[in-house]
Design a protein around this ligand. Structure first.
Ligand SMILES: Cc1cc2nc3c(=O)[nH]c(=O)nc-3n(C[C@H](O)[C@H](O)[C@H](O)COP(=O)(O)OP(=O)(O)OC[C@H]3O[C@@H](n4cnc5c(N)ncnc54)[C@H](O)[C@@H]3O)c2cc1C
Ligand code: FES
Length: 266
């Protein structure tokens, strides 16, 4: 648990906010795929799980969408005040350094941890080829720009990329059914499939797909990954109470080699 100072809490798109926290102890241990439990109100009762967009130095970056009481309350917390956060919680992504491609597919509020993953991989000098596919029905909460980094196989009209990935040289493409210009007009999984089928040589065996977002999207990602014989991991965002393994409130059925087992998301 850390008493974190709010450095910024700014609206970056309709219903979406970027929260920058000074939280040196948690930032030092945070890894892509882990999350924090944030107290949204002054009393600490409204705790809500949030993934991380970045963690460096003493700073944690979070992107969140206002959907209900907790996130609404969080959006009113001014810079300079403090809130309690617990973390990092959960299992980090474990990309294989030998994977020919690491492909990240994110939807809505599932996008931040994937950006964190790709940027950390790049900073580590990875030999994996990286690619990002993002889908949103709301304006993207991260700055976009016409793609400069080549992305072979992406339809010409899907010309938009995320500024921070494009500048870093990570190929990225965006999809939206919400008529955002420069995005693929459909589901992010359709865009991914379209790219994959356009490859002169499909990504080799051992390629890994990491995904986070709405459940329906992740089911499609899982089915595509199975069809393409890719490995990887899905980052689940389930309702949570304690977030520390004490209440079983976040369990979901997971199919493994031994059949279906109930596992905790936290
Ligand atoms: C591990 C994890 C990481 C998350 N990371 C982020 C993040 O980086 N950014 C972000 O904006 N949100 C994230 N979420 C979702 C976020 O925690 C919920 O949106 C938040 O708890 C809603 O609280 P609330 O009080 O505002 O809304 P509530 O009043 O609790 O709920 C309002 C509506 O929001 C939706 N909702 C609530 N909780 C969830 C959930 N867990 N998953 C999907 N839909 C939900 C439901 O439709 C519900 O009807 C994450 C959730 C988990 C479990
Ligand atoms: S939220 Fe309590 S066990 Fe996961």
């Amino acid at each position: 648990m850390e008493h974190a100072r709010i450095r910024e809490n700014q609206r970056v798109a309709p219903e979406q906010f970027q929260l920058l926290l000074e939280s040196p102890r948690i930032a030092a241990r945070a890894q892509p795929g882990t999350f924090v439990q944030v107290s949204c109100d002054e009393d600490g009762w409204l705790k809500r799980p949030m993934s991380l967009l970045d963690a460096r130095g003493d700073r944690l970056d979070i992107l969140y969408k206002v959907v209900g009481k907790g996130t609404q309350r969080l959006s009113t917390r001014p810079a300079g005040t403090h809130l309690s956060i617990m973390g990092p919680i959960g299992n980090p992504f474990a990309p294989d350094p030998e994977a020919p491609w690491i492909i990240a597919i994110g939807g809505g509020t599932g996008i931040p941890p994937l950006i964190f993953l790709l940027e950390r991989l790049l900073a580590s000098g990875t030999r994996n080829r990286l690619a990002f596919f993002g889908g949103s029905e709301l304006p993207f909460p991260l700055e976009t720009q016409p793609r400069a980094t080549p992305f072979i196989g992406i339809p010409e009209h899907a010309s938009l990329s995320l500024l921070r990935l494009d500048r870093a040289g990570i190929p990225a493409a965006l999809a939206s059914r919400g008529s955002i210009r420069g995005t693929y007009p459909g589901l992010v999984t359709e865009l991914f499939e379209c790219w994959w089928r356009a490859q002169p040589e499909p990504p080799a065996q051992g390629t890994q797909v990491f995904s986070c977002g709405p459940s329906a999207m992740m089911v499609s990602v899982q089915n595509l990954a199975l069809e393409m014989h890719f490995g990887g991991a899905l980052c689940l965002e389930e309702y949570m109470a304690c977030a520390i393994g004490g209440c079983a409130g976040c369990t979901v059925p997971i199919t493994g080699p031994g059949g279906i087992a109930m596992k905790r998301v936290c």
